[in-house]
Design a protein around this ligand. Structure first.
Ligand code: IFM
Length: 738
């Protein structure tokens, strides 16, 4: 697909990949994102626009979800009475009345954040037109949505009719969230105002069609919406240009979203498309100036890296620190827009390094949800802050307890909301990683420390003392490997808790030394009394870390090796996970692992976890048992393999991770981009292949372990407020002369 390193191209039309490409070609600006659906619509397509923070819990649904907003895209064109529609070239039942698509190219421009589509279309009359669609949600002014269509009469003298409107009949795959829908028009601007049923968010959207020919507003009474219509005749070779400018606000932004949207449309029309595009592109260039990573020697990886960074950038909130990025970004309905650990441990690090202000926004989202985390701890009989496994706007636990109805009519119990408690250490890890890289003391003192310390308070109350073993344990956990549920003493969780409590104690000492007022405030507010701190030290000393002394390797959890061994690599080539092949009931009784678990621990803690030989033994043990049933897995393996000098495995897993969305090798990209896999790919390059890290002396260092055919990797990172540019090359090995 990649024609050059900045564009994703579809040529010719691939109807069989409609939903996959619709996801890949999502545009966004950190406020909202819109899938790459067509202006004229297409049967089976899923036009979706999602605005950060607009969640709603519809009647009959198990949990709230991010709501599909009105569709700002519709522009319907008829050519001599034939509606311009893409037809499936494989559908032989179509009649000439439907027109003929003679040519098609769709290009997503990553560098500019613009989607362009060119179509050559023949009407039933024989007239041929070339249509060029272009659109972008402005990065410069995130409330502005811009579209332009050029219509060129290639053959004949066609009569053209253009109708543009806002589609307000939108649902989340059939689930309606909107009530009190009202549409209207005034002074050439059409608008709609609607409200979510349960959560009560209001949304206003307005739109104007700008044409050299008069635009009238007509009522589509069947759909109860105003439509902007214009018509004209083109001579052969003549062209026309139409611009549709829309704007959107919600009650999260302003008190009167509709008024704000209408005013913004007037402003955008006065500014004009060319200037809007110019300003939008200028913002994108600023993004890429810090976030581009240049690989010399591997064009496919170069493109893949830009693609994943693009998707992180369009999802990252720019001006809002009260929202976060869901597992599927804003590009699809998968996981209902819920926020998981995917954000803190996978998506956030690339932002911490290249766009620290955006990383801070995401961490502040968690700060604003401390109340929800404290409620969860209390409801479960614990102290401190226990973050939800799945989070939305409220900060309450929103993991569904039951799956959707299965083909046999049953529902499966989902335990992650109860037991995947490592989310608390994941958030603390991301906060301290952000602080170490940025040196943002103000954030740490005012916000970050409270989260790190109150989640430590949670762990202090959560661990269980086992006098008979003279150790602390943690029962009923789900580690990153979600195939094994409600196990006792997940090594990932127990070891990360030790790390967390150690980091919390050091943090408190630092605050006492450098910010005594904050140390004092937090000590009182969180009741960090000497007994509590002594217990943290005791836990650090006596936590049970499952380890096999004879084999010198970590044990994922006690009993793991008693289960049936399945040689996962023998199950190749496969398209399904080994779990799907063996079936749920059997696979949970085996050593098949869903995703990096002990390997994830190695990525996070590196040498701090264990001596090199133990890390190698861990790798040799767990790699052949992992079926990568989760998209989060391959990139972490690439990082760790690179760290261990396993170049071949590192590149294999990197390629695997980089293809997850582009090749749709899990078959579910229609539901949205795998945000964590995207962030993981970037970490595999920076932390894995480039070996970028902050050493004990506080210096940035890089240890090149590039794939053999990569000549160099160049990137810019912010370290303690300073921009640093690196070009990493494998060390030149001198060959002695014969
Ligand atoms: O957070 C992940 C989890 O680790 C694996 N299942 C999917 C979740 C959302 O991406």
């Amino acid at each position: 697909m990649p024609r050059e390193h900045w564009t994703l191209e579809e040529f010719p039309f691939h109807p069989e990949r409609l939903l996959h490409l619709e996801t890949l070609m999502t545009l966004g600006n950190g406020y909202l994102a819109t899938r790459g659906s067509f202006e004229e619509g297409y049967a089976g397509s899923m036009p979706t626009t999602m605005v950060h923070g607009i969640f709603d819990h519809a009647p009959g649904m198990l949990v709230p979800e991010l709501v599909n907003a009105p569709n700002w895209l519709p522009i319907h064109i008829t050519v001599d009475g034939t509606p311009f529609q893409l037809v499936n070239p494989n559908d032989v039942s179509l009649t000439p009345k439907e027109g003929a698509l003679l040519g098609y190219r769709r290009v997503l421009h990553l560098k500019q954040g613009v989607l362009r589509r060119e179509c050559l279309f023949r009407a039933e009359s024989g007239s041929i037109v070339r249509l060029v669609f272009e659109r972008f949600p402005s990065l410069h002014d995130v409330h502005v949505l811009a579209q332009r269509v050029q219509i060129i009469a290639v053959d004949g003298e066609p009569e053209i009719v253009v109708e543009a409107f806002i589609e307000q009949q939108v649902t989340n795959a059939g689930v309606n969230h909107w009530t009190a829908v009202q549409s209207g028009s005034e002074n050439q601007v059409v608008s709609v105002q609607m409200k979510t049923g349960q959560s009560g968010y209001s949304l206003g959207m307005a739109s104007q069609l700008v044409s050299q020919t008069p635009v009238e507003i007509v009522m589509d009474s069947a759909q109860q919406r105003p439509v902007m219509r214009t018509s004209f005749k083109l001579n052969r070779e003549e062209s026309a240009e139409l611009v549709k400018l829309s704007a959107i606000y919600t009650s999260r932004d302003v008190e009167h979203p509709l008024n704000a949207a209408v005013a913004k449309v007037y402003e955008a029309v006065a500014t004009g498309y060319a200037k809007l595009l110019h300003d939008h592109q200028a913002e994108w260039f600023k993004y890429w100036d810090s976030s581009d990573i240049v690989i010399e020697g591997d064009e496919t990886s170069q493109f893949a890296l830009r693609f994943v960074m693009y998707h992180i950038l369009i999802a990252a909130p720019r001006h809002d620190d009260d929202v976060s990025i869901g597992a599927k970004t804003l590009s699809g309905l998968g996981y209902k827009g819920h926020v998981f650990w995917d954000t803190e441990l996978f998506i956030l690090p690339p932002l911490t390094l290249t766009q620290p202000a955006l990383a801070r926004n995401l961490l502040m989202y968690r700060y604003h949800r401390l109340a929800g985390a404290r409620n969860k701890a209390k409801a479960n009989g614990f102290e401190g802050a226990m973050y939800p496994w799945e989070s939305t706007d409220t900060g309450e636990e929103t993991t569904p307890q039951w799956s959707d109805v299965q083909p046999d009519g049953s529902r499966i119990r989902i335990w992650t909301g109860d037991s995947e408690q490592h989310i608390c250490t994941d958030i603390a890890y991301a906060i301290l990683q952000y602080w170490r890289w940025t040196g943002d003391d103000a954030f740490l003192q005012q916000h970050g420390a409270e989260m790190v310390l109150d989640t430590a308070v949670f762990w202090g109350s959560r661990v269980e003392w086992k006098a008979e073993h003279n150790r602390y344990e943690i029962s009923q956990q789900i580690g990153p490997d979600e195939y094994h549920e409600n196990i006792d003493n997940s090594v990932f969780t127990n070891r990360m808790v030790v790390w967390h409590l150690g980091a919390a104690l050091k943090l408190l000492d630092r605050l006492k030394a450098h910010a005594p007022a904050d140390a004092d405030r937090l000590t009182r507010a969180l009741d960090l009394n000497p007994a509590r701190l002594a217990k943290w030290n005791d836990i650090i000393a006596k936590m049970y870390i499952p380890f096999d002394e004879a084999e010198r390797r970590h044990i994922q959890f006690p009993g793991f090796f008693d289960m049936e061994f399945i040689p996962v690599p023998h199950y190749q080539p496969r398209t399904a996970s080994v779990q799907a092949i063996l079936g749920h009931a059997r696979s949970i009784q085996t050593q098949v692992i869903k995703q990096a678990d002990v390997v994830m621990l190695m990525a996070l803690l590196g040498d701090e976890l264990a001596p090199h030989d133990v890390l190698v033994n861990n790798w040799n043990t767990y790699y052949p048992r992992t079926d990568h049933g989760s998209s989060l897995s391959p990139a972490m393996h690439a990082w760790v393999a690179a760290m261990l000098g396993l170049n071949e495995e590192a590149y294999d897993e990197f390629e695997h991770a980089a293809a997850i969305d582009l090749q749709d090798n899990k078959g579910n990209v229609r539901d949205g981009i795998h945000g964590a896999a995207s962030g993981g790919v970037i970490q595999a390059v920076l932390f894995g292949f480039c070996g970028l890290k902050i050493d004990d002396a506080g210096q940035l260092t890089a240890t090149p372990r590039l794939p053999a055919h990569w000549k160099s990797v160049s990137f810019t990172v912010y370290y303690r407020g300073r921009r640093r540019h690196f070009t990493v090359r494998n060390p030149v090995v001198e060959t002695p002369l014969a």
